[in-house]
Write a protein that binds this ligand. Structure first.
Ligand SMILES: Nc1nc2c(ncn2[C@@H]2O[C@H](COP(=O)(O)OP(=O)(O)OP(=O)(O)O)[C@@H](O)[C@H]2O)c(=O)[nH]1
Length: 651
């Protein structure tokens, strides 16, 4: 889903905008500031027609410029999504807008003029979403010339415009006026209520046989042929029976033509009404192999972060050190420890004094890996206790003894003491033979402080469960933050599309808007899930500061009402010292006898080898890590590999 589109001047005046979801003003402001004013960020200039890109918070911004007019066309969407048609949208909108309004834009008061553009824009979005989603790879994309021609074809009584420019008649006049006349006395009001068209142009004819109308007709016919071709292809496909195939995407980002699904989820918008805020974009399929494997029993299990994520993190590392932002850590700080006692080799009985300096260096090393001080100190204390009085092995350096002791401590901490096999647990509750089957679905709730990635990782878990063919109900229980329900609605739509495309599982959203008591909504969602035979209910909750007594205390009621089988807390990999208090406070918030069941450590892809948060949270609570978030796509969820984590921490 596109979140917003703005046409702004290089001095920051918004000439026209379309918003589908609330986007803070700081997002566009940052783009203007960082890229255009201070030029402090290197623009990622795309090759050819690929638009440059800028990322801010959870958004990706792509833009095109009309330099001679001092305009910037900016599309804003969530980085989580792959919108394959944004570059084309930017190109088309730039062409159409400039063509329509170039004369007004050159006037001295151009900043104060209104630019009625909504319908043109909506038509383009609808067309491009539809083209990408319905696999019309062969739909002829009009050249810039053709687009211009169809704009001036308006008033000649010719055929209706082809779908790509898709302009309403009054707006064609406006376009023509903008392109052909210097007069400015308006006489006709387009539906958007702003008069922009000079009178005589409205009646001016180029004649039905004119060059522009011929071109427009040709384009219209071409499109008509495509749709009839599609129809017959669909009919042929419908006649065939057989299993639904996974949608494939070609190199240009269009869905493979050999596909019979229509993925146009945008509102028809025939009356020029606002498209639904939740219109689903064309989504890229996620290759199962990239994030999990199928077991012999047919279960889809997540990959853990072994070699694959190593490479993600190494890339992040490489990028960081290239940008000189690796927090000053160059190479491994363990080298310093080695240096301190390289001379002691074999058979040495270790004393407190021997270990003092090396352990200090080890503590520093752990801090640099983002382990909270409290955890680092305790770990070193425990290792000290273990090593004092021990004799190093023959030919074993103190370095090796310390490393080995610390590695085994870390391994012990990170290895869960009980199984966290969610799929097995869900299976146990949902198997048809289970008596509990009648009772309720398996309930997972996600908690955490604001902005850590609760909704995103809930959606990833949902996607994972869908791969296992479960019926999943997402419950929108953040009834507090404006925009939270809409955000989840978009995820639910996307997931629905991906799952129906792959013919796996089923997902629905349970929402009751804002202002309601979250515990009640959660309870009702679980009842709804039970009544409608959902296997799993995933409950999203409002983000809350872990030291906000009032908000934290409501979690007790929440747990009592929703009775979750699992409560997972999302913690950011980059959070640092605060992780300990976050973990403790959330763990204690659900009342006597009820704590957290696991952590989801999000944004692991952003920290390189500084994965110490894993250790801090687990160390503070004894609660295991259930999942790792490693990116902003639905397939970016992994299980924890303890050797991988220990390896990075001891690097
Ligand atoms: N790089 C990266 N970004 C992530 C990951 N998980 C979440 N994010 C991003 O983190 C930002 C916040 O994610 P949300 O899911 O909205 O966070 P939230 O906790 O639900 O936010 P609130 O509801 O406001 O408390 C978004 O930009 C996500 O795309 C991850 O594993 N890696």
């Amino acid at each position: 889903m596109l979140d917003s589109f703005e046409i702004i001047t290089t001095s920051g005046v918004v000439l026209w905008s379309r918003s589908y979801a609330p986007v803070g003003t700081q997002i566009i402001n940052s783009l203007i500031n960082d890229v255009f004013i201070e030029e402090k960020l290197q623009q990622e200039s795309g090759a050819g027609s690929v638009a440059p890109r800028y990322k801010k918070e959870k958004y990706t911004l792509k833009w095109k410029r009309a330099k001679d007019l001092g305009l910037i066309f900016v599309a804003v969407y969530q980085s989580l999504l792959h919108l394959t048609w944004i570059d084309e949208l930017l190109d088309n909108i730039k062409t159409i807008f400039v063509e329509m309004y170039k004369d007004q834009l050159k006037q001295p008061n151009s900043r104060a003029i209104e630019y009625p553009f909504d319908k043109y824009f909506d038509q383009q979005v609808k067309e491009l979403e539809s083209a990408a989603g319905t696999a019309v790879g062969s739909r002829p994309s009009l050249s810039v010339e053709e687009k211009k021609d169809t704009l001036v074809e308006a008033d000649n009584g010719g055929p209706p415009p082809p779908p790509i420019p898709g302009l309403l008649p009054a707006q064609h006049h406006a376009a023509r006026a903008a392109g052909n006349s210097n007069e400015s006395s308006p006489s006709q009001t387009p539906e958007t209520s702003r008069p922009v068209t000079p009178n005589h142009i409205l009646t001016g004819k180029t004649g039905p046989g004119g060059r522009s109308s011929r071109r427009a007709r040709k384009a219209a016919n071409a499109n008509a042929n495509v749709s009839s071709g599609e129809d017959s292809m669909k009919k042929a496909k419908n006649a065939k029976s057989g299993a639904k195939k996974m949608r494939k995407w070609n190199a240009e980002g269009f869905a493979d033509e050999d596909d019979d699904e229509i993925l146009d989820y945008s509102a028809p918008n025939v009356n020029g009404s606002e498209p639904e805020a939740t219109a689903t974009p064309a989504l890229e399929a996620v290759d199962q192999d990239s994030w999990g494997t199928k077991t012999k029993k047919g279960q889809f299990v997540l990959k853990d972060l072994g070699d694959e994520v190593h490479s993600i993190l190494e890339n992040a590392d490489a990028a960081k050190s290239k940008a000189g932002t690796s927090n000053g850590i160059v190479g491994s700080s363990l080298g310093a420890i080695s240096g301190l006692f390289r001379n002691f080799v074999g058979g040495k009985v270790l004393t407190k004094a021997d270990l003092e300096k090396p352990l200090k260096a080890m503590e520093e090393h752990l801090l640099k890996k983002n382990v909270a001080r409290e955890a680092a100190v305790r770990l070193c204390d425990a290792v000290e206790q273990e090593l004092i009085g021990k004799r190093t092995g023959s030919f074993q350096s103190i370095d090796a003894a310390l490393r080995s002791a610390m590695e085994s401590s870390l391994r012990k901490i990170l290895t869960p003491t009980s199984s966290l096999d969610i799929l097995r647990e869900i299976e146990a509750v949902t198997a048809p033979s289970t008596a509990q089957r009648q009772r309720r679905p398996y309930v997972i709730s996600i908690v955490g402080v604001n902005g850590v990635g609760k909704s995103t990782n809930l959606s990833k878990i949902c996607f994972f469960l869908l791969q296992n063919n479960y019926r999943v109900l997402i419950a929108a229980c953040d009834t507090f933050r404006s925009g939270a329900v809409e955000q989840l609605r978009v995820h639910a739509r996307n997931l629905k599309e991906l799952s129906s495309r792959e013919n796996v599982g089923h997902v629905e959203l349970y929402e009751k808007g804002y202002g309601k008591d979250a515990a009640n909504v959660a309870k009702d969602a679980v009842s709804y899930g039970a009544a409608n035979e959902f296997d799993v209910v995933l409950i999203d909750t409002a983000g809350r500061r872990h030291n906000d007594q009032r908000l934290m205390s409501s979690l007790e009621k929440f747990a009592k009402f929703a009775q979750p089988d699992k409560i997972f807390m999302v913690g950011e990999a980059l959070v640092g010292t605060d992780s300990v208090m976050q973990a403790r406070n959330f763990n204690q918030a659900f009342g006597a006898g009820r704590g957290l069941d696991g952590f989801i450590i999000s944004k692991c892809d952003t920290v390189g080898d500084m994965v110490g948060t894993l250790v801090s949270m687990v160390h503070a609570t004894g609660i295991p890590v259930a999942f790792l978030g490693v990116g902003q796509h639905y397939g970016d969820l992994r299980g924890l590999s303890v050797p991988w984590a220990v390896g990075l921490l001891m690097k």
